[in-house]
Design a protein around this ligand. Structure first.
Ligand SMILES: Nc1ncnc2c1ncn2[C@@H]1O[C@H](COP(=O)(O)OP(=O)(O)OP(=O)(O)O)[C@@H](O)[C@H]1O
Length: 752
């Protein structure tokens, strides 16, 4: 039996409720931090920069105001910024400066109430500029997305920059239907959407073009049944991303238009980095500040400014910048009173004109793009308004909230998801709400009104779910592949391309999978999610199982010894190491053995797994915090860091290039975190566990999925640095890992 209208309602209501909770939790967290810390403490923590002045304003793509801030010499003895944590892509607010030496409620001079921390102008850190000689930060640029209807934003002469949490994400997912939508046309309910909601079953045939990796594109096979969705499920290193790249290459060769998404900017950059060598014309959407700099030439910004049409917009841009500077610029040139109002009107007109001209440029670039890349979230941006794609591909789909996945899904006719539920899950704040006992189907009352449901999918279902009578929707019988609901999608190409398989039965992918479905019963019924941690990938796997899924089991990354522990403990020993990697070592890297001292080769490079056990060394961790906001601060362990540094130096001396090495930990205060490495790999990875204490506390290390990502990033060597006696007390899983390391790694104690 497939989903009934009541089940649909229950599902949507539950998603909406979970998103609301999440948004509240995120906002509470940010305001708690901002309100409970004094300005001085926020600056000390690197979460605020005080006493800043506006240097100037430029205009970026989309009419964004790029506000440049510095420390004016009038207020500071040095222009160099103190240590801070602002990085490109962070959300930030420019507020009025508050003196750090007085209590928060009053300002020093006037005694009048200061601008609240929730007032001011919000934007994204566009870039942080360094002093050329001192190589220290001296300026910061904030991109503010001001619409032409926006109020005049008056920047204070003396500003304070505050780092914000990412709560805006939920604002754009939870849409009040009174106030608009993502710009999706309502009423579109194509076969893909119906399958995802369990209104019709997936078509019986599976799923992807033939995959002869990187070879010539195969001839299209005779047409078979339609396939709306495909899941690529695989443990670390099994080539999920690699497979997606090949699929995209083949889809493009067939003349298809593809939207390629990831849960994070990193996931999208990872895909783009791997697509470019194939010469596939791709356009990366999103804030350039959030895109890796080597990939900037592929961004929409860069492609737009290179296009012939861009000259049209440049003149208006110049006028707009000069007008903005006289409004919000510094010093005496700053306009006041009626003159200011007049100039602001002019700015609005200029911005409108600039948008119009820029719109033409963007449209031209987008029309040429066969492959568009964006985070799921930014696929809802202006650039893709009303855009349609043949296929949407989402990598790292097990790290994305279901609601976020729907943003690109509503623009396509087919969907391919890749992921691994045993790697990083979506980040959720409202943890105390994670489990809910039972979700009663909502009754037919005002609770179900669409304005309350608010979720973007709700826009789509208007007209298909009758608000007053649950009996008026017609759910087709389960053996029917055609919905009785009208397909109102005018651009739907289902009649022309629905015959294309998404995963062919004779591909390498399908050979890796037993063809007989497991006994598990996949009902195809939509059930409300227990928490936001249930991803679309999990839900579809549960609903349709092997009918839509392909499992990858051969890994092409790690030495077999590195893969052994995760395989045995998380993947029922089913992870097979391909012979091309099963015994590869750092010594086999090009040129390394010839240039290295034989001693270094023997001592440093010759082991796939090394374990520095600091147990008994008293290398105690430290809380990177003064304890003012509870016990939430990040941890660091300086002695461990020194050990890591020595090992890195030994690797480099032995001939390994620094770009082939990554140092990762679960804690930001120590160095780059595990989360930043999902989807990536390095020849040598050093994993610093940080935790070492008398209380046997292990914090983040308990999270199996995070640890799984961490230990599966290396190709040829994993070096673990940690205190086995603290760590092994953390959980049975950690205990077995420590035991495994003691038996199978090259164990060294304390000092290098
Ligand atoms: N079929 C293949 N033949 C040769 N090399 C492959 C193949 N599939 C993947 N690889 C290589 O194996 C490594 C891992 O692949 P990829 O990053 O695509 O895996 P993944 O499943 O996305 O990994 P993870 O989930 O751990 O991020 C890469 O270096 C990739 O080039």
């Amino acid at each position: 039996m497939l989903s009934s209208e009541i089940q649909l309602r229950a599902f949507l209501e539950r998603q909406s409720q979970l998103l609301q909770r999440e948004r509240t939790a995120e906002i509470e967290r940010t305001s708690l931090l901002l309100s409970s810390c004094s300005p001085k403490l926020l600056e000390k923590k690197g979460l605020a920069l005080g006493g800043l002045g506006v240097v100037g304003i430029n205009i970026g793509l989309g009419g964004k105001s790029l506000i440049e801030l510095e420390r004016p010499s009038a207020y500071h003895s040095t222009q160099l910024f103190p240590p801070h944590s602002f990085r490109t892509g962070d959300l930030a607010r420019i507020a009025e400066h508050v003196s750090v030496s007085v209590p928060k409620k009053t300002t020093a001079k006037s005694g009048k109430k200061p601008t609240s921390d929730t007032q001011g102008v919000e934007g994204v850190v566009y870039k942080v500029l360094k002093h050329l000689i001192l190589v220290s930060d001296t300026r910061i640029v904030i991109a503010v997305d001001s619409s032409d209807s926006a109020e005049d934003f008056e920047l204070p002469e003396r500003c304070r920059l505050l780092k914000l949490a990412n709560s805006v994400t939920y604002d754009s997912l939870l849409i009040d239907s009174k106030n608009g939508s993502h710009g999706q046309s309502t009423g579109v309910l194509n076969n893909l959407i119906q399958v995802l909601l369990g209104i019709i079953p997936p078509s019986s045939k599976n799923a992807l073009p033939d995959l002869q990796y990187s070879g010539p594109i195969p001839e299209p096979k005779p047409k078979r049944g339609s396939a709306e969705i495909a899941l690529i499920h695989g443990p670390p290193g099994t080539g999920k991303t690699h497979t997606l790249i090949e699929i995209i290459r083949q889809l493009v060769a067939q003349g298809k238009r593809v939207l390629v998404c990831g849960a994070s900017n990193l996931a999208v950059d990872n895909l783009l980095e791997r697509l470019l060598p194939h010469g596939i014309p791709a356009t990366r959407l999103g804030h350039p500040a959030r895109v890796l700099s080597v990939l900037h030439p592929a961004t929409l910004d860069a492609q737009a400014s290179r296009s012939e049409e861009s000259a049209l917009a440049k003149d208006v841009k110049k006028d707009l910048e000069s007008a903005m500077n006289s409004l919000t610029g510094k010093g005496k040139g700053r306009l006041k009173g009626p003159e200011r109002r007049k100039m602001w009107e002019e700015v609005k007109e200029l911005r409108k004109e600039y948008r119009k001209r820029e719109g033409i440029v963007v449209k031209t670039v987008m029309a040429q793009a066969k492959v568009v890349l964006a985070t799921c979230h930014s696929a809802g941006g202006r650039e893709l308004l009303n855009a349609r794609f043949d296929v949407v591909v989402i990598d790292e789909a097990t790290q994305a909230l279901e609601a976020v996945c729907w943003i690109p899904i509503l623009k396509a006719n087919k969907l391919i998801l890749a992921g691994d539920p045993l790697q990083l899950p979506p980040t959720i704040m409202s943890t105390h709400e994670k489990t809910v006992k039972k979700d009663p189907a909502p009754k037919n009352n005002e609770k179900n009104h669409p304005q309350r449901l608010g979720w973007n999918l709700q826009q789509c279902l208007q007209g298909h779910i009758n608000q007053n009578s649950p009996t008026q929707i017609t759910v087709p019988p389960s053996n029917s592949s055609e919905s009785q609901l009208p397909n109102t999608d005018p651009t739907s190409s289902s009649s022309s391309d629905s015959d294309e398989p998404l995963i062919p039965e004779d591909s390498e992918l399908s050979k890796a999978v037993p063809r007989k479905p497991k006994k598990t019963h996949h009902s195809g019924v939509l059930r409300p999610s227990r928490s936001l941690e249930t991803t679309l990938f999990d839900r579809l796997e549960r609903m349709y199982g092997l009918n839509v899924k392909r499992m990858l089991t051969v890994q092409y990354r790690m030495h077999a010894r590195i893969a052994e522990f995760p395989s045995n403990t998380l993947y029922t020993s089913s992870l097979i190491s391909h012979e091309s990697v099963a015994s590869h070592l750092l010594t086999d890297l090009n040129g390394v053995s010839e240039t290295s001292e034989p001693e270094a080769v023997a001592d440093v490079l010759g082991f796939p797994v090394v374990f520095f056990d600091t147990s008994g060394c008293e290398y105690f961790e430290r809380l990177d915090d003064d304890g003012s906001i509870g016990d939430e601060g990040s941890r660091c362990n300086e002695n461990e860091a020194a050990l890591v540094k020595t090992w890195v130096e030994k690797l480099v001396q032995a001939g390994i290039s620094p770009s082939q090495i990554a140092v990762i930990t679960p804690y930001q205060a120590q160095i780059g975190t595990v989360d930043g490495m999902q989807g990536r790999e390095k020849e040598a990875v050093i994993l610093s566990l940080v935790r070492s204490n008398d209380k046997r506390e292990v914090g983040f290390l308990k999270e199996k999925r995070r640890l799984n990502v961490a230990m599966t990033r290396p190709r040829r060597q994993l070096c673990v640095v940690g205190d086995s006696s603290t760590v092994s007390q953390g959980s049975p899983y950690l205990k077995s890992w420590m035991k495994w390391l003691e038996t199978h790694a090259d164990v060294r104690f304390g000092e290098v």
